[in-house]
Design a protein around this ligand. Structure first.
Ligand code: ADP
Length: 593
C-alpha cells in the first residue's frame, strides 16, 4: 500500500479516512441531524406549557405535541445509532489500513531496524497503540460534531428569545477555564510518559514470558521479576501522581461547567418579574441551557480523546515516514556470484565513532567455501547482514558478481541470498509448510528430500502428526538444533546461489554436525558459501578463512597457513582443541576434527 508521506498527524488521519469518506460524512450528518432532532421535544414541551399557563390546552393539542416529541426523539435515537454504527465501521477500516501500512513499512524498512526490535515493541506498535484510535475515531468524530453543533444552535435560539438569557447561560465558562487550563497544562508530555510507561510494562511482560526458561535455568526469577514489577510499579506511581495532580481540577471543572442554572435561573426569574419573558419562554430557556452545557462538557472529554488520538497518529506517522533503503527497480544480470568487500566501514549508530566493521576488504568467490571467524563481537554477523543488505554501509562498496548491492533490487537480492540466522523462526503452520517457505512451488516429495539432506526427516517422522505437525505443537518438543535443521532444509529448498550460515551449527550436536556440514558442502557446490561458526573444526576445511577482530581483518587464508601466520587464529584453534579434549574426557561423541 502506498503511504502518503506527511508530517502532520491530521493529514495522515485524513488520508486514511479517505478510504471511508462517504461513511464518515454520512455519520457526521446523521449525528448532527440526531442532535437537532433531540431539540424538538423541548419545543413541544414549550408549546404545551404555553397552553397550560393560558389554560387553553386541549387533548388534541397535547396529543399532537406528544406525538411530535416522541417521533423526533425516536428519529434522533435512530440517527445517532446509525451514525455510531457507521463511525465504528469507519474506525475499523482506518485501523485496518493503518495496521497494513505499518506491517508494509516493516517489510520495506531496513531489515536491521526490524530485527533490532523486540516482539513486545512490535506488538505495541501494531496492536496496542493503534487500538487506542478505535475509541476516538468511532465516538469522538460523530459525537464531537453533534455536541459542537448543539450548543451553537441552542445559543442562537436563546439569543432569539432573549439575548440576556443567552449570555447568562455562559456564566460557568469563565469559572471553569482556570481549572481546565490547569488540567491541560503539559498534557502532551504527560501523556507521552504515560504511554511509555505502559509500553515498558508490556515489553517487560513479553520479555519475562519469552525468557522464562532462561530465567528458571539460571535462577534469575527474582531479578527478572524485579524488572517486571519495577515496570508495573513505575506505571502505577506515574498514573497515580498524574491523577492526583489533576483530580481536583477535573472534578471542579465537571461540577461547575454544566451548572448553567447559576446564571439563567436568577436572571430568568428577574426577567419574568419584569415581564421581559413569558413563563413558557423561561421554562424553555432553562431546559435548553441545561442541555447545552452537557454537550459542552462532552466536548471537554473529547478534547482529551483527540489529544490521545493525535499522540498515536503522530507516533505512527513518524514510523511510516522513516527513511527506507533506496531501491532500484531494474533487475541485474549476474555472470557470477562472487562477493567483494572494498574498504567497507559500518557503524550501527550514525554518530558513533565505534565501527562494527572498519575498512575491510576481501573476496568470497563462487564455488568456494568461505568462513568468517573471530571472537564474539568482532563483526561476523554484521558482515553477513550487510551482504543481505539489512543495513546500508557508511563507506566503501559491496559487490555481487561485480554489481554494487545498492543497484540490486531488494526482491532480487532476497532471491539470490539464503540466510540461515541464529534465530530459526518457525511460523505456526505445519512443518511441511514451514520448509516449503523456501520454495512455495516445491512438491511434498521435494520438501521431504530436502529434509532428508538436512537430517530432519527422521525426527519429523517421529512426531505424532509427522510433517503435518504445526510448529506450535512441535515447538516445545524441538531442540534448538532441530529447529536449525528445519531452517537448513528451507535453505536447501530455496537453492539460492549465495548461502550465508550464521552460527548455523551452534546448536547441532557433534554427531550430526559433521553430516550436516557434508550435506551443505555438497549442496552448495557452485554456490558462494559463507559460514560463521563457533566451532573452528567445522570451517577448518574452508577455502578461505577470514579472521576478524574488533571489526577489522586480522588475517585471511587457509587453515594451515593461518596456524602459522595468525596468532589470534592459532590461539582460537588451541582453545577449541582444548575444549574438544575436555569433551572427550567427559565422554561426548565426536566425529570430526
Ligand atoms: P559477532 O557476530 O562477531 O559476534 P556482531 O557483528 O554481532 O559480532 O557485532 C559487532 C559489533 O556490533 C559489536 O560491538 C556489537 O555489540 C555491535 N552490534 C551488533 N548488532 C548491533 C545492533 N543491532 N545495534 C547496535 N550495535 C550492534
Amino acid at each position: 500500500m502506498k503511504n502518503n508521506k506527511t508530517s502532520k498527524w491530521y493529514n495522515t488521519l485524513l488520508w486514511y479516512a479517505s478510504y471511508c469518506k462517504g461513511k464518515m460524512i454520512l455519520s457526521i450528518v446523521l449525528s448532527i441531524s440526531g442532535v437537532l432532532l433531540s431539540l424538538i421535544p423541548f419545543y413541544a414541551i414549550y408549546k404545551i406549557i404555553e397552553k397550560v399557563i393560558a389554560n387553553s390546552i386541549t387533548l388534541e393539542f397535547g396529543l399532537k405535541y406528544c406525538i411530535i416529541a416522541a417521533v423526533s426523539y425516536i428519529l434522533s435515537s435512530v440517527f445517532k445509532s446509525i451514525s455510531t454504527g457507521l463511525s465504528h465501521v469507519s474506525a475499523y477500516t482506518i485501523l485496518e489500513k493503518l495496521r497494513l501500512s505499518v506491517i508494509d513499512k516493516f517489510n520495506r524498512a531496513p531489515l536491521g531496524y526490524v530485527s533490532g526490535k523486540s516482539i513486545g515493541e512490535i506488538k505495541n506498535m501494531v496492536v496496542d497503540r493503534i487500538d487506542n484510535l478505535e475509541m476516538p475515531i468511532a465516538h469522538v468524530i460523530p459525537e464531537f460534531s453533534g455536541n459542537f453543533v448543539l450548543p451553537i444552535v441552542v445559543f442562537v435560539i436563546l439569543m432569539i428569545i432573549d439575548y440576556r438569557m443567552a449570555l447568562a447561560s455562559l456564566v460557568t465558562v469563565p469559572l471553569t477555564i482556570i481549572p481546565f487550563s490547569f488540567l491541560t497544562k503539559g498534557f502532551n508530555e504527560k501523556y507521552a510518559k504515560y504511554i511509555k510507561s505502559g509500553n515498558d510494562v508490556s515489553s517487560a511482560i513479553v520479555e519475562y514470558v519469552e525468557g522464562i526458561e532462561v530465567i528458571k535455568a539460571f535462577s534469575k526469577s527474582q531479578s527478572a521479576y524485579k524488572k517486571y514489577s519495577d515496570a508495573i510499579e513505575g506505571f502505577r506511581s506515574f498514573a497515580l501522581d498524574w491523577l492526583k495532580s489533576t483530580w481536583l481540577a477535573v472534578k471542579l471543572s465537571f461540577a461547575i461547567f454544566p451548572s448553567t442554572l447559576l446564571g439563567t435561573l436568577p436572571l430568568g426569574i428577574l426577567l419574568y418579574i419584569k415581564g421581559a419573558i413569558t413563563p413558557s419562554e423561561l421554562c424553555l430557556c432553562l431546559m435548553l441551557s441545561m442541555g447545552m452545557m452537557g454537550s459542552l462538557a462532552n466536548i471537554e472529554i473529547f478534547m482529551n480523546d483527540l489529544r490521545k488520538m493525535r499522540y498515536t497518529v503522530e507516533e505512527t506517522t513518524e514510523f511510516l515516514d522513516m527513511e527506507e533503503l533506496p531501491e532500484k527497480q531494474t533487475e541485474v544480470i549476474f555472470n557470477n556470484y562472487n562477493i567483494e568487500f572494498e574498504d567497507v566501514s559500518f557503524s550501527y549508530e550514525q554518530d558513533n565513532e565505534q565501527k562494527a566493521v572498519n575498512n575491510i576488504s576481501f573476496s568470497m568467490n563462487q564455488d568456494r567455501f568461505s568462513a568468517l571467524i573471530g571472537p564474539s563481537g568482532s563483526g561476523k554477523s554484521t558482515i553477513a547482514k550487510l551482504i543481505a543488505r539489512f543495513w546500508d554501509i557508511d563507506s566503501g562498496k559491496i559487490t555481487i558478481g561485480g554489481n554494487d548491492i545498492k543497484e540490486i533490487p531488494l526482491k532480487q537480492l532476497s532471491q539470490i541470498v539464503s540466510f540461515v540466522t541464529q534465530d530459526n523462526f518457525l511460523f505456526n503452520c505445519s512443518l511441511m509448510e514451514n520448509i516449503r517457505l523456501g520454495n512455495i512451488n516445491a512438491t511434498d516429495e521435494e520438501v521431504i528430500k530436502a529434509s532428508k539432506v538436512a537430517m530432519c526427516h527422521e525426527f519429523i517422522e517421529k512426531l505424532d502428526n509427522g510433517y503435518d505437525t504445526t510448529a506450535g505443537e512441535a515447538g516445545a518438543k524441538l531442540s534448538g538444533g532441530e529447529k536449525q535443521r528445519i531452517a537448513i532444509a528451507r535453505m536447501i529448498l530455496k537453492d539460492a546461489p549465495i548461502v550465508l550460515l550464521d552460527e548455523a551449527s551452534a546448536f547441532t550436536d557433534p554427531e550430526n554436525e559433521h553430516k550436516i556440514q557434508q550435506s551443505i558442502k555438497a549442496l552448495t557446490k557452485d554456490k558462494t558459501l559463507i559460514c560463521i561458526a563457533h566451532r573452528l573444526s567445522t570451517v577448518s576445511h574452508a577455502d578461505n578463512i577470514v579472521v576478524l577482530d574488533e571489526g577489522s581483518i586480522e588475517n585471511q587464508g587457509k587453515h594451515k597457513e593461518l596456524l602459522e601466520t595468525c596468532e589470534l587464529y592459532k590461539n582460537m584453534w588451541l582453545a577449541h582443541i582444548g575444549a574438544k579434549k575436555r569433551s572427550i574426557v567427559r565422554g561426548e561423541v565426536l566425529t570430526d576434527v
